[in-house]
Design a protein around this ligand. Sequence first.
Ligand SMILES: [Fe+2]
Length: 464
Amino acid sequence: MQVSADIFTARPVLADWYRRNRARSRALFDLLDPGVYYTRPISLRNPIVFYEGHLPAFSVISFLKRGLGHPGVSERYEALFARGIDPDTVQSAVPRSGAATRWPTRDEVLAYGAAADAAILEALEQAAFDLTGGSHAAMARGEAVFTALEHEAMHQETLLYMWRRLPYDSKHKPRDARYELDAAPPAPRTIAIPAGVASLGARRDRLVFGWDNEFGELAVSVPAFDVDAHSVTNADFLEFMADGGYRRRDLWDDASWEWREREEVSCPAFWIPESAEAAREPLAGGAWSWRGMFESIPLPASWPVYVSQAEAAAYARWKGRRLPTEAEFHRAAFGTPSGEERPHPWGAAEATPDRGNFDFASWEPVPAGARSAGASAWGVHDLVGNGWEWTDTEFAPFPGFAAMPSYPEYSVEFFDGLHVVLKGASPATARELIRPSFRNWFRTNYPYVYAKFRTVSPSKQVVT
Ligand SMILES: [Fe+2]
């Protein structure tokens, strides 16, 4: 977080962040052909039109209305564009804005967005802020401002993984889109992490802003373990598939197997078989491609594999290992041999492109280990950047959790035993969201997110 705790002097910085957010969102929607504007690239989600209205509407609701007590910009649009959805299956999906909704034209959505932007920027630059929370609890410590800003940044990542599901001929490939392809996968090796403490979460007085699920602080004793130095690559995962990984019942827990059977999952959602042989005999039988944002790409062996947590866990079992806990991830990423913890794997320096593939630096992953300046104190690569990392820790509150007034439903609806924590960052994660306490979460069988993984096992080292 580059914003100072003095939110009044930070007004120009916040306004600039809002403008950058809005420009990036606009650019993402402008990538698309108008013909797909009312389609749902992922069936469980709302149509694209919803999201272009949702971003400004949410900022109006959380910041102007809840934070400042101001009137909205359009009651109709702020009702229509209020909420997204996260149902388990298509059958149980009851979209708040369903198929019967009469959606506005894009011009109408853009006109609403422009009106919302004007009102929000005027408030960011000039409105009276009561940071005590005395008049509006949502504005205590400026919470509602950051809720609006970080919400839009987070949605940009969601948009990108939705856009990936759209037909290539419905997207305009930017001229500067290029990929880092030619690298051999790194040799597999593990790194021993000694027993120590992981300080999860954050203290409210130590962070300018955090989401409610980041508070309070929780110290966890982590026994010694060893961890893959590199995230699992497409080449690694191909071996799992060649060994019948998707057909071996013993590698899957009951719920994951039921999902795999029901959805007939036989390869990562980011892979495309280029021949029937590829699907039948993964190693011997011909080509796979990567489902790129703008075109399919012959499967890059050295890129991290993007899969659901269910597939990641099956791979780990096949290796005789398991997925890390949230605390193990934290210790591998932010812990040091001296016992200090650092704000980033690489130390205290800023999140720059040489340290990780994040902040929209690339449309695609880069080879595992290609950002070695971002390795952790233990020498573990890519913990922050190049794809979120699945853990096997259920998404649950830390001690002292309190729902945030500016967005009370943000976390609590997902403390249901069905979601697990992801940590780190992906190529589409804004740099403002990169901090040790930030937590992402998804259902274990959600296959579309930019999420990679690595495996761990109890350390064989005997510590004397
Ligand atoms: Fe949202």
